[in-house]
Ligand binder design. Structure first.
Ligand SMILES: Cc1cc2nc3c(=O)[nH]c(=O)nc-3n(C[C@H](O)[C@H](O)[C@H](O)COP(=O)(O)O)c2cc1C
Length: 320
């Protein structure tokens, strides 16, 4: 499939995740064979106010193309301005968030609130597409709730105003992240639009990804939560879709330790010691899944503020 000048072959995209898909995490995904990542969602307003944390989120230096940046907001003008800024920072593709269910976001008319306001979603898309000359994509959900499934209509309207690709998380806003993603609606959207379509929701293995493509006719997939503590999953799924190659599912402890230590180094490099220690605790507990006595180790890490001490605990976890 083509997105502007970029050719994406059976893309397996690491889902944008606020608080998770920062530069360090994106680099780890790519190091392990992943080809496509998206930044965390970035507020148009914060960006236009030059909020320093937001500007830091736009550090795309050294990352492989296509660099995909996701923005969110509810005003067409400021979204268009923010999009121009994002281009200045080196983005190759801009993705519009139309699915975030968080009350704080929805209350401002942003994220999933746009599922209930198709004319506004359409206007935002139209203005952003007009403002930049790189592809603009959108990430949506099925609708507000099970009696308001309008994703096929929304996807069609977005296509009509120049959106280049739609990703659908096959849940409603009301479901947040619970219940099952309902893939049949991905197929309903497939029948409605001609632009590339990416399916998302509850993919936990390479085989799931290929099943979703088979069942729904989507062009590629996006994976979120299953890659937490398992960043190998993205590259492995990409390899499976491209050439049917299936490596052993679980990396061994030596490999897990190598990547966790590298992930920590990268977070420390980009965010410093205080934030770095805080953030690696969250990731470590995911990497520890399946480890005996994981809870004890987690507690040890919670008590430590010293990166070297934390690394020693990591070594203990994966070599004992
Ligand atoms: C902690 C967390 C943060 C998320 N942040 C974003 C975000 O910034 N932008 C977005 O479009 N979706 C966000 N999502 C939704 C994911 O991109 C994805 O659509 C969702 O997790 C479903 O995919 P999965 O079943 O593979 O996890 C987030 C999800 C989680 C759990």
């Amino acid at each position: 499939m083509k997105l502007g000048k970029h050719t994406l072959s059976k893309p397996v995209i690491m889902a944008p995740m606020a608080g998770i898909t920062d530069k360090a995490f994106r680099e780890i995904i790519c190091l392990l064979g992943g080809k496509y990542t998206v930044t965390e969602m970035i507020s148009d307003k914060a960006l236009l106010h030059n909020n320093s944390k937001t500007i830091q989120m736009l550090n795309l230096l050294g990352e492989a193309e296509p660099r995909i940046v996701q923005i969110f907001g509810s005003e067409p003008d400021s979204m268009a301005e923010a999009a121009k800024r994002v281009v200045e920072h080196g983005a190759d593709i801009i993705d519009l968030n139309m699915g975030c269910p968080t009350p704080k976001i929805v209350k401002n008319g942003e994220g999933a609130a746009l599922l209930r306001n198709i004319p506004l979603a359409e206007e935002i898309a139209r203005q952003v597409v007009k403002a930049v000359d790189i592809p603009v994509t959108a990430k949506i959900r099925l609708g507000w709730n099970s009696s308001e499934i309008n994703a096929p209509e929304l996807a069609g309207r977005l296509e009509a105003v120049g959106i280049s690709m739609v990703t659908v998380h096959a849940r409603t806003r009301e479901q947040f992240y619970s219940g099952k993603a309902d893939w049949k609606y991905i197929n309903s959207i497939r029948k409605k639009i001609k632009i590339p379509l990416i399916g998302n929701g509850d993919i936990t293995s390479p085989q799931d990804a290929s099943r979703m493509i088979e069942l729904t006719g989507c062009d590629g997939v996006m994976i979120g939560r299953s890659a937490l503590g398992n960043p190998w999953l993205i590259g492995r799924t990409q390899g499976f879709l491209e050439n049917g190659e299936l490596k052993e599912l679980e990396p061994d402890n030596k490999e897990k330790l190598r990547i966790l230590l590298l992930h920590f180094e990268k977070i420390l490099k980009y965010k410093g010691k205080k934030i770095g220690v805080n953030e690696i605790r969250k990731h470590a507990s995911w990497y520890f899944k399946g480890i005996r006595n994981a809870a004890d180790y987690r507690n040890e890490i919670m008590k430590s503020h010293d990166p070297e001490e934390i690394k020693t605990i990591f070594r203990k976890v994966f070599t004992e």
